[in-house]
Design a binder for this molecule. Structure first.
Ligand SMILES: *Cc1c(COP(=O)(O)O)cnc(C)c1O
Length: 248
């Protein structure tokens, strides 16, 4: 509202007021979308890792240059499931300069967010501040690649290793971001992505979790589907975080 007020004030008096949106999705021609819908209608398979879902997962892995990626319903669910997959209890050091979902996910997981300050130039977590915030209760670090600018992953990795704790990157702004020629999504134990309508790559609502290894991806895949480990058995307490065929 503030933005629009400022914008309108700058218009000449009596001019027609047309809103200018801060972000607007880049949509494909509708004709390119329809054949996918026809496929889904033919398949009559709407969710639970259908063929379109599996195709997107495989193509994203290739496009992003990562081995293990699991699609989920949105970026908040991605954070929630990723934290759950780490099986941790205690304090999570994170940034105060992020979208509220980052801290919400920590609290929703019964963990305690501990804010460390950001670097005034990069807006990313300051590794010195992270180091200073570590206590015997610290169980993970959750940095954000703010506005898609990569964190100081080298120094953060050194701190995490020294204290034997995982790093979960909230990479909601960092779709396809590369650092020194490699995907920034390969950093840390896991990274989460958001495919919300306002993000660089969108599925209307959607997200993904990038995992360091296959075992972690299998765990995430169970957690996003009520904890099912096969057709009949649940091996953990999961939630419903699946992406539908239409979104995929
Ligand atoms: C958008 C965003 C999220 C949440 O993603 P949704 O897909 O909207 O749930 C989480 N973290 C950051 C940093 C974001 O910008």
């Amino acid at each position: 509202l503030e933005f629009r007020r400022v914008l309108f004030r700058s218009c000449r008096p009596g001019a027609r007021m047309t809103p200018v949106y801060v972000t607007q999705p880049c949509m494909p021609p509708l004709g390119e979308f329809i054949p996918y819908l026809e496929t889904i209608w033919r398949n009559k398979w709407l969710s639970n890792a259908g063929p379109v879902h599996e195709q997107l997962e495989a193509e994203l892995a290739q496009y992003l240059g990562v081995e293990h990626i699991a699609l989920v319903a949105n970026g908040m669910i991605a954070l929630t499931i990723a934290l759950q997959a780490l099986e941790i209890a205690g304090e999570v050091i994170t940034t105060p300069f992020s979208f509220v979902a980052t801290s919400n996910a920590i609290l929703a997981g019964g963990l305690k967010p501990v804010f460390a300050d950001v670097d005034p130039i990069t807006c990313n977590l300051d590794p010195d501040a992270v180091e200073a915030a570590i206590t015997p209760h610290t169980v993970a670090i959750l940095p954000v690649h703010c506005f898609g600018r990569p964190c100081d992953t080298v120094r953060l990795a050194a701190i995490a290793e020294r204290h034997g704790i995982p790093i979960l990157y909230d990479a909601a702004h960092a779709f396809a971001v590369r650092k020194s020629g490699a995907s920034v999504l390969r950093e840390g134990t896991m990274s989460t992505l958001s495919f919300h309508a306002t993000k660089v790559f969108s599925t209307c609502e959607g997200g993904a979790i990038v995992c360091r290894d296959k075992a972690l991806k299998d765990r995430v895949t169970s957690l996003r589907n009520f904890g099912f480990i096969d057709q009949e058995r649940t091996g953990m307490i999961g939630i419903n975080g699946k992406m539908s065929e239409v979104h995929a």
